[in-house]
Write a protein that binds this ligand. Structure first.
Ligand code: CU
Length: 142
């Protein structure tokens, strides 16, 4: 009987939207993010329900550009600083609208938080010959 109740509880918690499990405050330094220049993010992670800081979690940060369907070439290395703070330094590969998909594996469970980031800077000349950003022509029409 106890086992069945535990299973039911596990089932219930699995129904919680993973995005709601954790809240992440993502603060870039510098605050004006420029393509192909280092940016260091402070990710402050706490649980959404009781506002406890999340320590000892594994954060996986994936920069993603939805309009073009690509990320960045480099893996983002996340370092835990303590008291719910995690840090990562990387570069966005081009200007535009980006997302940071933040997967959090911690004591409260596995959750995902997505934050948006506008990235400034210049388009790189000769980008087209990679074939990666051939869609930029119609993007500029927005
Ligand atoms: Cu792009």
């Amino acid at each position: 009987m106890t086992r069945m109740m535990l299973a039911a509880a596990a089932l219930l918690s699995a129904c919680v939207d993973p995005a709601d499990l954790y809240t992440v405050h993502a603060t870039p330094d510098p605050t004006e993010v420029i393509a192909r220049e280092d940016v260091t993010y402070d990710f402050h992670v706490h649980t959404s329900d009781d506002h406890e800081v999340v320590e000892g979690a594994t954060l996986t940060v994936t920069p993603w550009m939805p309009a073009h369907g690509h990320g960045i070439d480099d893996e983002v290395v996340v370092v835990e600083l303590g008291e719910g703070h995690y840090e990562a330094t990387f570069q966005f590969s081009m200007p535009g609208e980006w997302e940071l998909q933040i997967d959090i594996d911690g004591d409260a469970g596995v959750g995902e938080v997505v934050v948006t980031q506008t990235v400034g800077g210049e388009m790189m000349g000769g980008m087209d010959d990679t074939g990666m950003d051939s869609g930029m022509g119609h993007m500029s029409g927005h």
